[in-house]
Design a protein around this ligand. Structure first.
Ligand SMILES: *Cc1c(COP(=O)(O)O)cnc(C)c1O
Length: 359
C-alpha cells in the first residue's frame, strides 16, 4: 500500500486534531560522530498541545474523536501519581471543552502527596479533578490499587450519568483500541522525514510500557512494506506471576486489531510475530525506579545534544539503544532512529523518581 492510500484510510477514522504534526525529526550530530552510527530522533515529546507532549497525546486525538462523536462531556482515567497519560489527557480535554477526572493510585503507600510536583502539578494547574486512592495491600507491583481506581472511576461515571451527563472511562495508559492506530501515523511521518533527508533507516527504537504504541508501528511497517527493524525496550513491570505485561501475544492481538480498524485484511500471526523484538533487559530494578544506565543516558544526551529525556521511560529506552551500539549489535554506518515518547514532567519530581542525574 502507498503512504497516500494509508493516509486516506486513517482520514476516515474519527479524530480530534489537537497536535502539532508532523513532530520534528532530526539528527543527533554529536552522538552520531561519537559512535559512527547515524542517530536520529523523532520528537514525540513535542506533539503539543502544551509544552509537555508525548505519545499519549497521539492516542488521545483518536480517542477524543470517538468520544466527542458520542457526546462525551467527562473523560475519567486512572494512573500513578505522576501519570504522563493523565497529564496529557488533561491538556487535550482542556483544548476541547471536555472535563478531565483522574483517580490516582498511591502505589507506594506514601499517603496524599505533600507537595505538588511534576505531572501532578501540571494537571492541577489545568484544573483537573484529582482523587487520591489509598494503596490496597502492601505490594507496590500489585494491580489491586489500580483496580480500586477503576472501580471508583466507573462509580463516578454512573453518578454523572444519573445526572444526565455523558462520561467515558479510560484505562491506565489510555490503552484502547481507538488509540492504537495513532502510531501508524507516527511511522508514516518518520518514513516521510527519512525520505526528505535522503536516509535509509535500518532500526527504529522506542520505549514500550503498556504496549499502546508498538502495535501501530508494526502495522504501519507491514502496511507500507518498510524494512527498518523495530526494537522495543520494555520498561514495564512483570505481573505477580512473572509474566511480562507487554508480551508478544498482546502486541500481536493489538496489531491485528489495528488492521481491523483500518478495514484491511490482517497478515498472519507469524508475520506479525516476526516484527516483534521486545527487549526487557534495560528495566533496571523495576518500573518507576531510576536505573544507572538510564541516568547515564540522560546525562549523555543532555551534555552531548542539549536534549532531555525522562527517567521512567525514554532514558531507559535510549540506554538500550546506546548499549546496542556500543556492543556492536548495531553496525557502524547504520542509520537508527529513536522515538522520544515524552514524559518530561517527571524530571521535575524528586530524587526517588529522577535518580542521581546531576553528578
Ligand atoms: C506511556 C509512555 C511510554 C510507553 O508507551 P506505551 O504506549 O504505553 O507502550 C513511553 N514513554 C513515555 C514517556 C510514556 O509516557
Amino acid at each position: 500500500m502507498t503512504p497516500s492510500e494509508l493516509g486516506e484510510l486513517l482520514d476516515q477514522l474519527p479524530r480530534k486534531r489537537l497536535l502539532f504534526l508532523p513532530t520534528p525529526f532530526h539528527k543527533l550530530d554529536n552522538l552520531s560522530s561519537k559512535y559512527g552510527v547515524g542517530m536520529y530522533i523523532k520528537r514525540d515529546d513535542m506533539t503539543g498541545p502544551g509544552a509537555f507532549g508525548g505519545n499519549k497525546t497521539r492516542k488521545i486525538e483518536f480517542i477524543l474523536g470517538h468520544a466527542l462523536r458520542q457526546g462525551v462531556e467527562y473523560l475519567i482515567s486512572i494512573g500513578a501519581y505522576q501519570t504522563n497519560a493523565g497529564m496529557q489527557l488533561t491538556q487535550c480535554c482542556r483544548k476541547c471543552g471536555v472535563k478531565p477526572i483522574l483517580y490516582l493510585a498511591d502505589l507506594h503507600g506514601e499517603g496524599e502527596p505533600k507537595e505538588l510536583r511534576g505531572n501532578l502539578l501540571l494537571s492541577k494547574i489545568m484544573g483537573c479533578e484529582v482523587h487520591y486512592v489509598p494503596r490496597v495491600g502492601s505490594d507496590p507491583g500489585s494491580l489491586d490499587t489500580y483496580n480500586k481506581c477503576l472501580e471508583l472511576a466507573e462509580q463516578r461515571k454512573r453518578d454523572l450519568e444519573r445526572n444526565g451527563k455523558k462520561a467515558m472511562v479510560l484505562p491506565s495508559g489510555l490503552v484502547s483500541e481507538e488509540g492504537w492506530v495513532s502510531y501508524v501515523l507516527c511511522l508514516m511521518e518518520i518514513l516521510d522525514q527519512c525520505r526528505s533527508l535522503g536516509i535509509d533507516l535500518q532500526y527504529l527504537f522506542h520505549t514500550t510500557g503498556t504496549g499502546g504504541s508498538l502495535p501501530g508501528l508494526i502495522a504501519g511497517k507491514l502496511l507500507l512494506g518498510e524494512k527498518a527493524q523495530i526494537v522495543s525496550i520494555n520498561i514495564n513491570s512483570r505481573t505477580r506471576d512473572g509474566r511480562e505485561i507487554c508480551s508478544p501475544e498482546v502486541i500481536c492481538d493489538r496489531t491485528i486489531a489495528v488492521f481491523g480498524r483500518l478495514g484491511v485484511a490482517p497478515p498472519t500471526r507469524a508475520a506479525v510475530f516476526d516484527e516483534i523484538h521486545i527487549d526487557s533487559n534495560y528495566r533496571g530494578v523495576n518500573y518507576g525506579i531510576p536505573s544507572e544506565d538510564g541516568s547515564n543516558a540522560i546525562r549523555e544526551l543532555a551534555r552531548e545534544e542539549g536534549l532531555l529525556v525522562d527517567p521512567i521511560y525514554s532514558a531507559k529506552g535510549f540506554a538500550g539503544l546506546l548499549s546496542y551500539i556500543r556492543t556492536g549489535r548495531i553496525a557502524r554506518g547504520s542509520n537508527v532512529a529513536f522515538v522520544h515518547t515524552g514524559g518530561l514532567g517527571s524530571l521535575f519530581t524528586g530524587p526517588e523518581q529522577i535518580g542521581d542525574i546531576c553528578k
